[in-house]
Structure formats: C-alpha cells, structure tokens
Design a protein around this ligand. Sequence first.
Ligand code: URA
Length: 210
Amino acid sequence: MNNNVYLIDHPLVQHKLTLMRRKDASTRTFRTLLNELSMLMAYEVTRDMPLQAVEIETPLETTTGHVIDGKKLVFVSILRAGNGILEGMLNVVPGARVGHVGLYRDPKTLEPVEYYFKMPQEMEERDVIIVDPMLATGNSAVAAVRRIKQLKPKSIKFVCLLTCPEGIAAMQKAHPDVPIYTAAIDRQLNEHGYILPGLGDAGDRIYGTK
Ligand code: URA
C-alpha cells in the first residue's frame, strides 16, 4: 500500500515526536520540538538532491568540492501549521525560497477554497517540498499539490509529521507521483477529521490558540 511513502524512523525523530504527542507538552516545548524535528526531516527529504562539482582553493591547495546543483529549493508551507515545520527546515537550508498556500474548508461543500497563494519566480526550474504537520483527510494537501503542479516545478515532495491510512490513500489517489515523507503513520481519522492517536490540532499546539 505504502508505495512512495517514506517513514522517517530515525530514533531522534521518534523520540521527539513522542514528546510532542503528550497532552501536557507546553506550547513552548511543542514548538521547540517541532523545530528540532523539522531540521531532522529536512535532512532526510533532501538526501537525494543533486550535487555539482566545483573547484575550490583550500589554504593548502586546489581541490574539487561539491555544492547543491541548480536553482534554489522551494519550501511551500500550507498555512498556518505548515509554518511550524518551515522554520526548522530553513535552519538547515537557509537559502531556500519559500511559498505559502492558504486554504479553508467551505462549510457548505466541505471543499478546500484558496485564500492565499504566493510562490517564488521560475518555479519550472525548481524542486518543491510542501510542508504541513498533519496529513489527515488529505483535502488541503491534494488541493495544494494540484495548484502547485500548475506551475510545473521540476519535482514535488510532501513532508508531514503524522499521517494515517486515509490521508495517504487520498494523496496517492490524486497524486501518485508525489512522495510522502512522514515520521509516523497513525491508526485512523476520527469523525471530526483528527488523526488518532495523533497529537491534537497542530496549529493550536504550535501557536497556543486553544
Ligand atoms: N489537523 C490537525 O491539526 N490535527 C489532526 O489530527 C488532523 C488535522
């Protein structure tokens, strides 16, 4: 089932995720852990970035080193919880470009409606990493990927902290070409669209709004 799903099972990632899930983790602790975890996930998701050989001078001699090839990577945050991951990833890839997508769910149709969309220039020459802590129903992720595909980037990856079988199925049905990187695949969605056992509402926990 989980073709194109990469479970980031590094012990540090699993340890931090468990601390974040605890209901008594404070806003400050939650945010700090998310920041640390996002750095570790950035490391995994950028593992296959192409390198370019460059000649450099060390204090002693000339040698060949390697730097990341091509145009700067784009991190796309799905507002608002995506910003929690974005910050950590930018610590590791400080030169990355950043895009934002804002979507809300229409209360009548339950379909995602776009209220904000801002991307860097020259997207067709860039690799895109979309970030959102929770891949739950998959509705906003599917809509965000659909919208970004219109700009024809070189590649798209999706990174979340947590997902569930329903979220994976929705994404893979709509976008089988987009790999999903996650730190955990939880049991299921509840009737309100929350992941079980999950960690609650990621946005509220990052920003202390509940
Ligand atoms: N969004 C969240 O913040 N939490 C969930 O469990 C599902 C979607």
